[in-house]
Write a protein of this length. Structure first.
Length: 348
């Protein structure tokens, strides 16, 4: 049974802020002077209750020889020659921090203003790879799988109201490539191909309110995962005992057991997907299984002379040549239920 629910996966969160663009004005007439004094942010999107560095920049004024006065929310916080940056503590989610920098230079005076509005974005994701029923973790991507992502924005207006996703423009980028067909107003979720074999996918989402007053960004790196084979008992009464995977070495308190292989994170819709190819060996002898249940095997030691079965299993895919996994288990059966030791275990 395939289970895919973004709401219950382990969440990998990314916090991103927003800001209003800085403005600058000069008190003397030089064409273009009003745009050559600005304030930059580091980080560009500061989080709530975090420290952001604001740096004054200009291609016209010599800031190194200018007197600079910084004001935050109407209060002077720094003043002096060449004081080109300050550190400011942001407020709670959606709060505004008003910043102004006034300069006095040989050429005159000017000032720049900026407004910092912290936001956050939770970036949820999971793959469509296979995981068994009741699995509580995230489905991780392997070669050939796809990844679903949802950006949950928390853009709060000064009045306390949160901006809904349908009033936010989302721009999605994968490995520096803008996904134009998946971006746009209200497009808070996307589905993309998973990372290539042994690769890592970098996903960035930039979000901005329609009026441009609030913006944020979240970044996520998703590595490729190799499928992993796990072996479980397929009990005749209780079915697959998913709560207890078999270890590398296992003692079985009986002389017969049915086993089922579960291919965690394989690009498949079920463990018995017809595209999956299982190759079993018991004590180095190949075993032919039922084509409809190729991931299941029954080992019977009742009439054999041996007590131990060395089970080897390899997994490939008929069309996804990058999918590959292998596992090995040593199973010891109940001595009182089997014959004397020394031979191979019979199997079905």
């Amino acid at each position: 049974m395939k289970r895919l629910a973004l709401a219950v996966v382990v969440i990998v969160c990314a916090v991103a802020p927003a800001y209003l663009p800085a403005q600058a004005r000069a008190q003397f007439s030089i064409p273009g002077a009003e745009s050559v004094l600005s304030i930059s942010f580091s980080p560009q999107y500061p989080a709530p209750q975090s420290t952001v560095r604001l740096t004054l920049q200009s291609s016209l004024y010599d800031l190194g020889s200018s007197s600079v006065t910084w004001t935050v929310n109407g209060q002077e916080v720094a003043q002096g020659d060449a004081v080109t940056f300050i550190d400011v503590k942001t407020g709670s989610l959606g709060s505004k921090t008003e910043v102004q920098a006034d300069i006095t230079s040989a050429g005159g005076t000017a000032f720049a203003t900026a407004t910092v509005v912290p936001t956050s974005i939770d970036l949820l994701w999971e793959s469509d790879s296979y995981v068994p029923p009741f699995y509580n973790g995230r489905a991780l991507p392997s070669a050939g799988s796809r990844v679903h992502l949802v950006a949950l924005t928390h853009f709060v207006r000064p009045d306390g109201g949160e901006i809904p996703a349908n009033q936010i423009v989302f721009t999605w980028t994968r490995d520096s490539e803008v996904l134009g067909n998946l971006s746009g107003r209200g497009k808070s979720s996307i589905t993309v191909d998973g990372p290539t074999l042994f690769g890592t996918e970098t996903i960035v989402v930039e979000a901005a309110s329609v009026d441009g007053s609030i913006a944020g960004q979240a970044l996520l790196r998703i590595p490729d995962t190799e499928p992993r084979l796990m072996l479980y008992e397929d009990h005749p009464l209780f079915g697959v005992l998913y709560h207890q995977a078999l270890g590398v070495t296992t003692f079985v308190p009986k002389n017969e057991m049915s086993f089922i292989a579960i291919p965690y994170f394989a690009s498949a819709v079920s463990s018995g997907d017809t595209g999956l190819q299982y190759e079993w060996q018991v004590n180095q002898s190949s075993v032919t299984t039922n084509a409809a249940y190729s991931n299941e095997i029954t080992v019977n030691a009742a009439s054999s002379t041996g007590l131990m079965a060395l089970i080897n299993l390899s997994l490939t895919h008929v069309s996804n040549y990058f999918l590959s996994a292998a596992g090995s288990w040593s199973v010891t059966f109940n001595k009182s239920s089997a014959g004397s030791s020394g031979g191979d275990v019979f199997h079905q």
